[in-house]
Design a protein around this ligand. Structure first.
Ligand SMILES: [Zn+2]
Length: 725
């Protein structure tokens, strides 16, 4: 399970179109200093008209930082004028003059936003960061201006009420419903006084969320663990000890060592530190963040946020915040999410307990006279892993040379499944020299899309991996897709080959799954294009594409030693595959702990929300009730440092595993139907990958698989079926 997000989702956040995604941490200290930000008034802004390049490929060679702000400003102004014209039209509202007109509006804003947010993620600078900070609230206000426009909503509602008698095709009818839903969910139907209260709640929640993240940052920094004596650090590498020494210097603690904390409950040094007392100190520092009574305590904020979300949900007509959020997701209801989580929790905990028992045996064997605690888990699990699998990840890399993986692995699988071929286009401008662009062709030679490959890490690229649609497919606009895959593979020295890790290979296939979802899009309206689907659905096609990484026919075609051309030894590959199920009880349990906490906080009424003093008791009771209160495996995030649920993933942290249920079911389908065949590929494409959000997501899954989502294949994959419960 690769936890990435598509940039389309991040873009939607900036435009406020759909549910927001997990926010990135940005450098707020960035100041505009780049001389290229001074406007050059004689040049034509490259965003003002559609790009003249093939597929409207962005004019990366002509775009300067100074072009963004004028393009955003003009884009918003043009869009306001378009929206006003639609809202004030004296003709009666029709599908064309209202819904389609809105769908056509905002072309300039969309052009600049797609490129800007794409490059802000992958090749940013101080100027772009300043523009990003400046534009975020403006774009949000712009969005409110549309969704809370009473005249506009009256027209949307008028079309909505007539939708059965307008002779609309299914996608057009769904578009009407989608627009209506967007407006209603934003509060368009509320009375003026309720709208006023809603705005006040929104404003207060925005402040609380900001306060939460600022507190968390300060508390996390202040919770870094200080070590006086180097001998206590035994087990860490020299590089890690050097970094701890440097961290101490930067805090004016010369001669000491500082271990900073990461945001999760688990902390990387715990896997190697031999000193048990120090491990305990680090774990405690981590687990108590936000709840130890400091000036940055987050308990009061969490309690207030839970109350406000529940109040807003009630105002909008929902029993709780989770019901409000989930209604617009594939899951649909609180009950569906609860059912999935409660199916997974018992076997996951049972497996974690079995893994814990293995660890306890090792502790006992070594003469350790103590019970396994959360602080010990990572340290002993690494020992067990080495003992069981004898696997050195470095042995794999010579078989995974980057271009070979891309062309003879990723592209090869797409050719076998979908008949696609790829031809590099060196004539199109790129934003950095090591970016490649491929034109993608159908089996019959018809052009389909452009695919940007941007695999290398750099200091101005955000972490992780993602897909972005620089141009979205839409019949209405006559556009064809331009999509990019962005990874973070370390660039080797000049002349050296790029040898990928197994995880990186997996990520390349995963992101290409998102790319296929974008490139195969065959919808009429931009609102439904490609990856514009619910958050708990978007990771599903990409996870499915990971199945081809170790598929024998694919693997044999690309996993060859970069020097000798020898295929990867089977024994080596078997070790990799066998070790994938290792420690899954832990991984699933810590993930589910957080997902269940998220639901518990958001399935309550305002009256049920605890006050600040009751936050930890609420958390403990929720974990106990869910049967996931196994102390050696704390939730991946505890409430007071769970940034996802204070931001855009509230009631939505379950989405990763929900997508994986669909993924595992689909992998099973492929295997049962002959695997890597053109017939299977075409079926997946026709029923699902080409449909974007133009139909209900679960309907798409049914159309593809012929069945209902079922948790069993996921349990098997995660090795959760054999556990004693
Ligand atoms: Zn993904």
């Amino acid at each position: 399970m690769t936890h990435c997000l598509t940039l389309a989702a991040a873009l939607a956040l900036s435009l406020g179109i759909t549910a927001p995604v997990m926010a990135e941490e940005t450098d707020k200290s960035a100041q505009s200093a780049d001389k290229s930000s001074s406007p050059a008034s004689d040049a034509i802004n490259p965003f003002f008209a559609p790009s003249p390049l093939p597929y409207q490929f962005p004019q990366f060679d002509k775009i300067r930082d100074a072009d963004y702000t004028p393009a955003f400003e003009k884009g918003m102004a043009d869009n306001r004028a378009e929206i006003d014209a639609i809202a004030n039209n004296e003709e009666p509202a029709t599908f064309d003059n209202t819904i389609v007109a809105m769908e056509r509006s905002g072309a300039l804003l969309n052009r600049v936003a797609r490129v800007f947010f794409g490059l802000a993620g992958t090749n940013t600078n101080d100027t772009m960061q300043a523009i990003q900070a400046d534009m975020a609230p403006k774009l949000s206000a712009h969005n409110d201006l549309i969704l809370l426009n009473g005249k506009l909503f009256a027209r949307v509602e008028s079309v909505y009420n007539q939708r059965d008698s307008l002779g609309l095709d299914p996608e057009s009818r769904r578009l009407v419903e989608r627009y209506h839903t967007d407006f209603v969910r934003a509060g368009a139907k509320l009375s003026e006084s309720d709208k006023t209260r809603l705005k006040a709640i929104n404003a207060e929640m925005a402040s609380l969320a900001t306060e939460f993240s600022q507190n968390l940052l300060k508390e996390t920094n202040a919770s870094a663990v200080i070590v006086d004596d180097r001998s206590k650090l035994t087990g860490l590498t020299d590089d890690a000890i050097g970094a701890a020494s440097e961290a101490a210097k930067s805090r004016e603690l010369e001669g000491k060592y500082v271990i900073p904390l990461k945001n999760t409950s688990g902390q990387p040094p715990l896997a190697s530190l031999q000193d048990r007392a120090l491990r305990e100190r680090i774990m405690q520092a981590s687990l108590t963040r936000g709840s130890k009574g400091s000036e940055w305590d987050n308990r009061g904020i969490v309690a207030s946020m839970a109350k406000l979300r529940a109040e807003r949900a009630a105002l909008l007509g929902y029993p709780n915040h989770a019901a409000y959020v989930l209604e617009d997701e594939t899951a649909g209801t609180v009950e569906a999410v609860n059912k999935l989580l409660s199916q997974l929790a018992p076997p996951a905990v049972a497996n974690a307990r079995a893994e814990g028992a293995d660890i306890q045996k090792m502790i006992d064997r070594e003469g350790g006279d103590f019970q396994l605690s959360a602080a010990d888990w990572a340290y002993y699990t690494e020992k067990v892993r080495k003992e069981k699998f004898d696997l050195d990840a470095e042995e794999l890399r010579p078989y995974f040379e980057m271009n070979n993986v891309l062309q003879n692995g990723v592209f090869f699988a797409a050719n076998k499944l979908y008949g696609l071929t790829f031809k590099e286009r060196k004539d199109l401008p790129v934003y950095l020299p090591d970016i490649k662009v491929f034109e993608v062709f159908e089996e019959n030679g018809d052009p389909l899309a452009l695919f940007i490959v941007d695999y290398y890490a750099r200091s101005n690229k955000r972490g992780g991996a993602w897909m972005n649609a620089y141009v979205q497919q839409s019949e209405l606009d006559g556009t064809r897709p331009v999509v990019g895959n962005h990874l973070n593979i370390p660039k080797p020295a000049d002349g050296e080959p790029t040898l990928m890790t197994y995880d990186e290979v997996n990520t390349a296939f995963h992101e290409f799954g998102h790319a296929l979802h974008g490139m195969f899009s065959n919808v009429k309206y931009p609102r439904f294009s490609g990856t514009t689907v619910p958050r708990d659905f978007v990771e599903y096609p990409s996870q499915v594409n990971e199945m081809w990484v170790a598929w024998p026919e694919v693997l044999q075609n690309y996993a060859k030693h970069y020097k000798t051309g020898e295929p990867i030894p089977k024994s080596l590959l078997d070790k990799v595959i066998a070790s994938e199920k290792f420690n899954q009880g832990f991984a699933t349990t810590e993930y589910l702990g957080a997902a269940l906490l998220d639901q518990a906080w958001h399935q309550i009424t305002a009256a049920q929300a605890p006050d600040a003093d009751g936050v930890l008791a609420f958390e403990a009771a929720a974990l106990k009730k869910a049967g996931i209160d196994y102390a050696p495996v704390p939730p991946r995030y505890r409430t007071t440092y769970f940034s996802h649920i204070m931001g855009g993933y509230s009631a939505g942290y379950y989405a990763y595993i929900w997508s994986e249920v669909l993924d595992a079911g689909s992998v099973k389908w492929f295997k049962e139907n002959g695997g890597l065949t053109r017939k299977n590929g075409d079926h997946f494409r026709k029923t699902l990958l080409s449909r974007g959000g133009s139909e209900d997501a679960i309907t798409l899954y049914r159309n593809f698989s012929g069945g209902e989502p079922d948790v069993q294949p996921l349990l098997e994959r995660r090795g959760l079926t054999g556990a004693k419960q």
